[in-house]
Design a protein around this ligand. Sequence first.
Ligand code: C2E
Ligand code: CA
Ligand code: CA
Ligand code: CA
Length: 278
Amino acid sequence: AKAGGRGRVAVFSPELGASQRRRLTLERELREALLRDQFQVLYQPQVDIASWRIVGAEALIRWNHPKLGMVSPVEFIPLAEESGLINNIGAWVLARACSDIQGPLAGLHVAVNCSAVQLQRPGFVNELEQLMRAHQVPPDTLEIEVTESLLMENLSTALENLHAIKALGLRVALDDFGTGYSSLAYLRRFPFDKLKIDRAFIRELITTSDARAIVRTILNLAKILGMDTVAEGVEEPAQLEVLARNGCASIQGFLVARPMPAEDLATMVRDWVPFRTP
Ligand code: C2E
Ligand code: CA
Ligand code: CA
Ligand code: CA
């Protein structure tokens, strides 16, 4: 007879599915990954459309697993959030970024992704401040990127922290804008300086009129609210064209470059010619 539900899986399938096994392995090994120096931070340049200069870069973590190879942050960040390990990993990324700002990335703005889990910890800003002081990082070179999801769960601490981050002189960007359930509510409640238009809209910018209308609306909204804008995932000149025509401030995407090590970005910035070839 069929017992149904979860029990049935346990009784009739002694082996866990491959994806469940992988998840357990990753969860277990995530902790050691920090100690064993398996993480790396890559940087993807952001280009100002009007001047065509490289104005900043987004820090993106990589996990180089000894057996599994590169594990995507899309896979391991949620696991790190569940276990709370994201606080340690996030602090490591911030320290890495601070040290690169004082090294190869001098003169660039660096945006660091911060999980809502980190933002909901009361001690977060204090640690951030100490880190920046230790590395002597000018506050306006660092930007914090936050996604909409989860922020509302512990609203008051997150709000307090975001205001404290801004009081330190850092900029705060709302990541993946337009994909959450309550985008507009977030804009009213949180002190964001910048909107990052999600890649999902940019991908369809040329092919579907809906996406184009949404992007235009987001750009207008940002303008009215006095917010800076970045379009993510720009891969084609035609997308850049539409974004430029509609007043988007800057772009990030494979059209300019893929994420790369800090030293490579330094070389790219050094050799960069601020003219766009058609
Ligand atoms: P995100 O913050 O939206 O980052 C942008 C993602 O789009 C990156 O993927 C980047 O490599 C990719 N991308 C950039 N340009 C293009 C393009 O033109 N085409 C395509 N197809 N993709 C492009 P990545 O590095 O795999 O990161 C995925 C997500 O993982 C990030 O999405 C972010 O949510 C999270 N993440 C990455 N690093 C960190 C971190 O240090 N901390 C936290 N909390 N999350 C991170
Ligand atoms: Ca981001
Ligand atoms: Ca994003
Ligand atoms: Ca994303």
